[in-house]
Design a protein around this ligand. Structure first.
Ligand SMILES: Nc1ncnc2c1ncn2[C@@H]1O[C@H](COP(=O)(O)OP(=O)(O)O)[C@@H](O)[C@H]1O
Ligand SMILES: [Mg+2]
Length: 278
């Protein structure tokens, strides 16, 4: 039975899509988990990156048609073994209109539509990652309602901390009022410039505010991670058959992130069980 993760921050360009695509890749390739990425951002960045990763000329099936027909199953595209995507295109910008016409005057139904659509897919997967645009909108509401856990991406800049704070308090509001099971699984510090004063200050402020929720692993800026946007995610082999050391480095950091998130999930699940038994 799949667990669903939404990666968020109400700020753009902080590394959300990078995190979704890399975590999904490590989940599929290193952990051999059956993994699905659902791109809920009309910009379709995760769709392009994973399309290239699978050597696909285009990802034509898309989430918009899944929302229109009420069937996501038909919109799944295979990327590599263990990794599938439901892609997005600009047509998905019409989501608010679509929800209004499907469920006029029923805000709850509008917010819960993705959750409903995901149910029949859960048997096929271990992990489902949701990539969302950086707005408080029908897109993020649907993703948060459908998710079991939130993963927050924190770029070590003042405004990203604000974006993360807003995201966490909004998530708590939704959790209190609608989806009480939603919890923060971890806060990932991203693209820290070592020695940068603001970066170090923001990281410290985040650790003061959120304690152990902030992961020990810091995702630093790496050219190789950037290059995967255009090249697709890969691990090249040298002529002697060794894995390229820059690829190893790029992947290792997200393997560490995934390990830490797994640990947090175990602790959280234990805690939830304890609460249930009380
Ligand atoms: N650790 C990193 N090292 C290098 N480039 C990165 C890193 N994280 C993200 N990027 C780049 O920064 C840009 C914004 O990242 P992205 O994941 O698309 O942000 P978001 O989804 O939050 O808008 C992209 O071009 C991406 O390749
Ligand atoms: Mg993005």
């Amino acid at each position: 039975m799949a667990k669903t993760y939404v990666v968020g921050n109400f700020k753009g360009g902080v590394g959300k899509t990078k995190t979704v695509t890399m975590l999904a890749y490590e989940s599929a390739v290193k952990k051999r988990r059956k993994t699905l990425v659902i791109d809920l951002d009309p910009q379709g960045n995760a769709t392009s990156v994973l399309g290239r990763t699978g050597g696909l000329s285009a990802v034509t099936k898309n989430v918009t048609d899944g929302f229109i027909t009420g069937n996501l199953q038909n919109q799944i595209t295979k990327v590599i073994p263990c990794l599938d995507i439901i892609g997005a295109s600009t047509s998905f910008r019409t989501l608010p209109k679509l929800l209004m016409s499907k469920f006029p005057d029923d805000e709850d139904q509008q917010m819960l539509y993705l959750k409903t659509l995901l149910e029949p897919l859960k048997d096929q997967y271990d992990s489902i990652y949701l990539d969302v645009p950086p707005t408080i909108s029908d897109f993020s509401d649907n993703a948060m309602m459908a998710a079991d856990y939130c993963i927050i991406v924190l770029q070590t800049q003042e405004l990203s901390l604000d974006g993360a704070k807003t995201y966490i308090s909004y998530m708590q509001y939704l959790a209190n009022n609608y989806n009480s099971d939603l919890d923060v699984l971890g806060i990932i510090p991203c693209m820290l410039r070592p020695g940068g004063r603001v970066d170090e200050d923001v990281l410290r402020a985040a650790r003061d505010l959120y304690g152990n929720n902030v992961l020990q692993t810091v995702v630093k800026y790496q050219e190789r991670l950037k290059a995967y946007d255009a090249e697709g995610i890969h691990i090249n082999k040298t002529s002697l058959g060794y894995e390229d050391s820059w690829d190893i480095r790029a992947h290792k950091v997200f393997e560490n992130v995934l390990d830490e998130l797994d640990e947090n999930q175990k602790k959280l699940d234990k805690y939830r069980e304890g609460e249930l038994n009380e």
